[in-house]
Design a protein around this ligand. Structure first.
Ligand code: PRP
Ligand code: MN
Ligand code: MG
Length: 180
């Protein structure tokens, strides 16, 4: 285990199992709907790869790069679109893949944006949900795990750009971010 991690919450096996479960539900729910599955970079890159391989029906994929946190541990309240989609979304069934929903600000902005672009439907699939921190009324449609209000990293989730490559989700030791 990485020395900066206090505790492992979800192992790669836990995540593989939940991705299979969610994926088979998505296969049923999106059969015949030609969804556009959108990965919210950077955090969702690993979970996206797991989920799309479990969707056994026609699906298109695309990527958006949005950022809210900057370098700190708190969200800044507005999101920055660093890379937008490559395709128009009007009339499409959108499935957003996220690593975590915290305050809900990122997804609230994205859902508003897609509704403005006149999509047919928009649903949210997230590996982790942290409802205790919610500011915006965002409820995910597909959830891997509910996490406590602690600073979690790994499996795509970062602190200052690090720890995304950990193959599990763990709690960061408070001294790591308190001393920085
Ligand atoms: C993180 C995370 C979610 C968002 C959740 O992304 O990956 O996208 O914050 O927080 P919220 O619910 O309070 O909006 P971040 O902005 O850190 O960018 P990153 O994915 O590139 O790390
Ligand atoms: Mn993110
Ligand atoms: Mg981040």
């Amino acid at each position: 285990m990485n020395n900066d991690i206090k505790e492992v919450l979800y192992s790669k096996e836990d995540i593989k199992d939940i991705a299979q479960k969610i994926g088979s539900q998505l296969t049923k729910d999106y059969a015949g709907k030609n969804p556009l599955v959108i990965c919210v970079l950077k955090g969702a890159f690993l979970f996206m790869a797991d989920i799309v391989r479990e969707i056994k029906t026609y699906a298109e994929i695309d990527f958006m790069d949005v950022s809210s946190y900057g370098d700190g541990t708190e969200s800044t309240g507005e999101i920055k679109i660093i890379k937008d989609l490559d395709v128009p979304v009007e009339g499409r069934n959108i499935l957003i893949i996220e690593d975590i929903i915290d305050t809900g600000r990122t997804l609230s902005c994205l859902v508003d944006l897609f509704q403005h672009r006149k999509v047919a439907s928009v649903k949210i699939c997230t590996l982790l949900n942290k409802p205790e921190r919610r500011i915006k009324g965002i409820e995910p449609d597909y959830v891997g795990f509910k996490v406590p209000n602690e600073f979690v990293v790994g499996y795509g989730l970062d602190y200052k750009g690090f720890y995304r490559n950990l193959p599990y989700v763990g709690v960061l030791k408070p001294e790591v971010y308190e001393n920085n």
